[in-house]
Design a protein around this ligand. Structure first.
Ligand code: GLU
Length: 440
């Protein structure tokens, strides 16, 4: 199995691209195959190396490093060769219509209630006509000739049996008069040359597949399997503009884990539930492209944040150790992780453990805290110290519930909420705890 993710380096990846990349990555990883990054940079004016690098960086952050990278701009000579072969076999032809002329033809057809399909007038040109254009310095653009006899149906990995009627389509322009390439043919040539077996992409490419199937056939190549994923919508259910601007930098800023992004996008719009997994493994193992539905999938940022918290609450120390504040050990991680929404918040809780903390003690709690300090000083400072302390204070002062616990939490942590004190107190340590309880 060889899959590819084929973004144009004309911008940063957005969440829809990330999902397409993920689906291809999951397919390849599950099958022990290869996942390629193909940079569709034929649009030289808009493609930049900076965007290409941001795409590599984003994939690396997501933990989806491609097995190989290809660049269309490095393959222009190959595309020209194939075009020559296709032309010789009658699959491609030269045209000279200006955009204005094409627009007039289109309007005439529409005015007559007909589909605006190119009339193939250029097929009638003789070699003398072509020579005439050349003599006048007019370069041709090239179209691929669709055929009613070529394959037009495929069994879509997601949509099931699908087909496109070629009669409804114009022969696509594949190369412009200035020699630049449109997306359609280079993509097919690459898929053939790179041995791509499965193409998973957005539903917006379904019509292209009808055309590209014919191109594979014209090249004498077997077409890969195709899967077209329904597009993502925003939380309002609309194909929102906002989604186009959400990407990896946004996830990072918000403190979302790469794993969270994968866990949500791998299951969104599928029949499997979104789960707070603690590694890629269950996503890869349980992935089945056939589980994706045909309805648009709703990407909800609030769901992402909620899932991020759940994943953090379950992540083992080893999975995060290299990103935790220096000095935070496994016991501390386990004590604080139920309180995290983002990993960055670990620093806040580490500061609570290591101190110093500051609390304004209410007058009515001064005596109580003095008793607490004395009581704590007399107790063995072991794993059960919080239970022993609160039991003894309850007995000695008659306090219970919030009045019993809250002044202790506030004095010991400087906050009125936070991790379980039974886990936290041993981490704070005896000396620091006594110091924090001592009313100044
Ligand atoms: N560059 C194309 C895109 O980003 C690739 C489509 C494909 O996967 O074939 O839409």
């Amino acid at each position: 199995m060889i899959t590819r993710f084929a973004p144009s380096p004309t911008g940063r990846l957005h969440v829809g691209n990330v999902r397409t990349a993920l689906l291809n990555w999951l397919l390849a990883r599950q099958a022990g195959g290869q996942f390629l990054l193909r940079l569709d940079d034929t649009d030289v004016a808009r493609s930049t190396e900076a965007f290409a690098q941001s795409i590599r960086d984003d994939l690396a952050w997501l933990g989806m490093v491609p097995d190989a990278e290809e660049k269309q701009s490095a393959r222009m000579a190959r595309y020209a060769d194939v075009l020559e072969q296709l032309a010789a076999a009658g699959h491609a032809y030269r045209c000279y219509e200006t955009p204005e002329e094409l627009e007039i033809k289109r309007r005439l057809l529409l005015g007559r209630g007909l589909p605006p399909v190119y009339d193939r007038a250029a097929l009638a040109l003789s070699e003398a006509d072509h020579a005439d254009y050349a003599a006048r310095g007019v370069a041709p653009h090239w179209r691929f000739r669709l055929s009613a006899d070529a394959p037009k149906a495929w069994d879509d990995l997601i949509r099931g049996p699908s087909h496109i009627d070629p009669a409804s389509l114009s022969d696509p322009v594949i190369r412009r008069a200035d020699g630049s390439w449109l997306y359609m043919l280079p993509s097919v040539i690459d898929d053939v040359d790179m041995g791509v077996t499965h193409v998973v992409r957005g539903e917006d490419h379904v019509t292209n597949t009808g055309v590209q199937l014919q191109m594979f056939a014209a090249m004498g190549a077997e077409a890969p399997k195709f899967g077209h994923a329904p597009l993502l919508t925003g939380s309002d259910g609309a194909l929102s503009k906002r989604l186009g601007s959400i990407g990896v930098s946004e996830f990072r800023e918000k403190g979302i884990e790469a794993l969270t992004v994968k866990a949500l996008l791998a299951r969104l719009g599928s029949s499997l539930p979104v789960e707070p997994v603690t590694s890629d493994a269950p996503l890869i193992e349980r992935f089945d492209i056939g589980n994706l539905g045909r309805a648009t999938a709703r990407f909800d940022e609030a769901e992402l944040l909620g899932l991020n918290a759940k994943i953090l609450h379950a992540l083992p120390f080893e999975a995060v150790a290299d990103r935790l504040p220096a000095g935070m050990g496994a016991a501390e991680w386990e004590a604080i992780r139920p309180n995290l929404h983002t990993l960055a918040e670990a620093a806040t809780w580490h500061a609570v453990v290591t101190g110093p903390v500051h609390t304004d003690v209410a007058d009515e709690d001064r005596d109580y805290l003095a008793v607490a300090a004395d009581t704590l000083a007399a107790l063995p400072f072991d794993a059960g110290v919080w239970g022993a302390l609160t039991a003894a204070l309850k007995e000695a002062t008659g306090r219970k519930g919030k009045a019993l616990f809250m002044p202790l939490r506030q004095a010991l942590t400087g906050m009125d909420h936070g991790p379980d004190m039974a886990a936290l107190l041993p981490l704070i340590g005896r000396e620091a705890a006594l110091h924090r309880l001592t009313v100044r």
